[in-house]
Ligand binder design. Sequence first.
Ligand code: FBP
Length: 262
Amino acid sequence: MIQLHRLITNNRSLILAYDHGFEHGPKDFNLKTINPEFVFDIALEAGFNAIAVHAGIAEKYYNSFYNDIPLIVKLNGHTRLGDKPLISSQVCSVERAIKLGADAIGYTIYFGSKDEHWMLEEFSKIVDKAHDYGLPVVLWSYPRGSNVDENNTDVIAYAARLALELGADIVKIKYNHDFEGLKWVVKSAGKCKVMIAGGYKTPDKEFLNTVKEVLEAGATGLFVGRNVFQNPRPFTMGKALRALIIENKPLEQVLRIMNFEK
Ligand code: FBP
């Protein structure tokens, strides 16, 4: 039985992504957010459904104090030191993730890249093993490559469908601001839950509006990094997202309570 219930509340979910130190480098952080404990504290205090990190961060920072936050260990990654990455290498096994306390496994596939066959093969084996242990699998489903239009709705729907076909339980996609298109993406993913990546830091009100929109289109929730930890009030933004996504509060009320009017 796949243990999805810790990651999803009333068919909604809010997950904090903190794999940026690996995927982009410390440039995404400031003097506070460079410290993983600060970001774990945001997840804990704002009541996120889970936090996603690489193995080294889990090993050194996910201690008993944070046990209430379900842990997603990301099994593959790439650096940003060379060309735009089209392959993500496995850097952690399912077994190691379990030893680190993982409640779920994360993995990225760049569909459409010339190396996709490596990632397809590797991911299939990982899904098989993770499911044997009852662990849900989250796929960062990112179409990418010289002949791939990452922003095209049909391409995003294809990426969502591939996640379902491969056995992922949650698929994380980038939203292209095509509201009707997202409904089709969600349909394409079937029983695989669709979560939206946060993207670059955007103004608070605009960002929360987008979140409201993706929920209306049928997304299960948000799998967000920079729009929380790069916010000058990251705890407040975390709580606002919790109110909007999990507690189903109206956007106007969330904006008012959190004083996000500007
Ligand atoms: P953000 O909410 O900050 O966009 O994080 C989502 C995420 O998928 C991270 O998990 C990951 O590190 C990053 O975006 C990858 O972005 P990109 O594919 O642009 O490097």
